[in-house]
Design a protein around this ligand. Structure first.
Ligand SMILES: *Cc1c(COP(=O)(O)O)cnc(C)c1O
Length: 463
């Protein structure tokens, strides 16, 4: 018998409900506010952009929400996803720790993002919407949404951050393969795009700008809705199938994690893995849960907890979350995704409630860890996922120092097959580390200066 390193569930064990962490949070997140009136946003305010099925999930307090069968049937193309024990990595590190990872790179798009893309496409389809406008950074979300829309015979227009559009042509090609229409952002096809180009003709774009363009298209066309790949409650909800599966697979391996780790951009893969463990923690389990972000975009570790816009053009509702300011443009030298200026309100509130922790690392260490990982485990990680690997290795080395056995579970949110230019930059010594300084915090404070402040606002980084 070969030594078991992979733990597979049967198709019948795929979760049939999503887990809504709001039902178990001691302090639920504060409501988003209307950008014009400053009043809490109601379902009617969201109706121009989202179908009612998703709006209901966005505000739901129910603990469990059924996954429609049509959605399950498409998820079943690649789910349940595998859980691995990283035996060779343990050996390479010579650690007494047991390291497990939940791998989401086996989806058609190569990341966790199709988990929510399929659900979002479905709820739009049943509401009679056949066109979606959305944005994408490095192309993962745009490709996931194009795949999902094609499954339901829908059209999609993807605004792709210009620097990635030029540097990462293969995700652009994937979007086109699945029939999506992909446009470099800022573009001259929207007011938001044109006004940025007037001020900064050579703008390389940002997620905030691309969101403005996609929201504008959806808000001004009756037949088009908007989809977001992270941050919103319903997105994190759809990802909770990851953690539910992981809990069952860890039990198959006869283990329960001492620490659960996920990389964090907007918070969706982290929340997907973490929320089912947050439920356990609220119910008395002794488990640490760690969100890991890049030092060059350190939202949870250095951001200000405030109300802020989700986009640069200040069109979205104000959301209560850790933010670096809605006009934050991450340094161009940062290769590894996770570049959004804010984070999910759910993730922020869990941090404020001390149910999770946050850490940040510079990118070179993360690539170093990714290379250690692929040279022992085989899979080449997405640069985003390398942040979780870095933390897992730090935890494993701590276990070694302390001579303790420690069970570590991390989320491997995707593979890096379309990010090989970032690996080349690492091998060529062309990557630089950039750590946000006081000036970055001052500029975040300036961006939120005249915005409403949530309960818990301190006017300083909260970590
Ligand atoms: C998009 C993406 C992320 C970051 O987004 P979250 O919403 O924070 O999960 C992380 N890993 C991969 C592979 C991604 O595609």
């Amino acid at each position: 018998m070969a030594i078991q390193s992979r733990y597979e569930l049967n198709p019948a064990d795929m979760p049939k409900q999503w887990y809504n962490v709001v039902a178990d949070m001691p302090t639920p997140p504060q409501p988003p506010l209307h950008p014009g009136t400053g009043q809490p946003v109601g379902p009617d305010d969201l109706a121009p952009l989202f179908p009612m099925g998703l709006i209901e999930q966005e505000v739901s307090q129910e603990r469990w929400i059924d996954i429609p069968e049509e959605v399950q049937n498409i998820l079943a193309i690649w789910r349940p996803s595998p859980l691995y024990r990283a035996r060779r990595l343990e050996k390479a590190l010579n650690t007494p720790a047991k390291i497990f990872y939940k791998y989401e790179g086996s989806s058609p798009a190569g990341s966790h993002k199709p988990n929510t893309a399929v659900a979002q496409a479905y709820f739009n389809k049943v509401a009679g919407i056949n066109k979606i406008a959305t944005e994408t950074g490095a192309g993962q979300w745009g490709s996931a949404m194009s795949f999902a829309c094609k499954m339901f015979g829908m059209e999609v227009k993807v605004f792709m951050v210009k620097v990635s559009y030029e540097q990462k042509p293969y995700r652009r090609s994937m979007i086109r393969c699945w029939g999506g229409d992909v446009i470099a952002s800022p573009s001259n096809t929207t007011h938001a795009g044109r006004s940025i180009l007037e001020k900064t003709p050579d703008s390389t774009g940002s997620l905030g700008i691309a969101i403005s363009e996609a929201v504008e298209v959806a808000a001004t066309s009756a037949d088009t809705n908007y989809c977001l790949g992270s941050v919103l409650n319903h997105v994190l909800l759809h990802q909770t199938i990851i953690g539910q599966e992981a809990i069952k697979q860890m039990a198959m391996a006869g283990e329960y994690p001492d620490v659960v780790i996920g990389c964090c951009g907007g918070g969706s893969n982290f929340g997907g893995l973490a929320h089912p463990y947050v439920q356990d923690k609220v119910n008395g389990k002794d488990v640490r849960i760690v969100a890991v972000e890049p030092s060059s975009c350190p939202t949870l570790t250095k951001g200000i907890f405030s109300y802020d816009f989700g986009d640069t053009a200040q069109m979205t509702p104000l959301v209560p979350a850790h933010t670096l300011g809605h006009d934050f443009v991450p340094p161009g030298i940062h290769a590894g995704g996770l570049r959004y200026h804010a984070v999910a309100p759910l993730t922020s509130q869990l941090l404020l409630s001390n149910l999770i922790e946050a850490e940040s690392y510079p990118q070179i260490e993360c690539f170093e860890s990714a290379v250690t990982f692929c040279r022992s485990e085989g899979i080449i990680p997405a640069p985003e996922s390398s942040h979780a690997i870095r933390q897992a290795i730090v935890e494993a080395m701590k276990a070694k120092e302390e001579g303790k056995e420690r069970v570590i579970l991390f989320g491997l949110s995707g593979h890096g097959h379309f990010d090989m230019s970032a690996y080349d930059a690492y091998f060529d010594g062309a990557l630089e580390d950039d750590v946000m300084d006081e000036a970055g915090i001052a500029s975040a404070l300036k961006a939120i200066e005249n915005l409403p402040k949530p309960v818990g606002y301190t006017g300083a980084p909260t970590k």
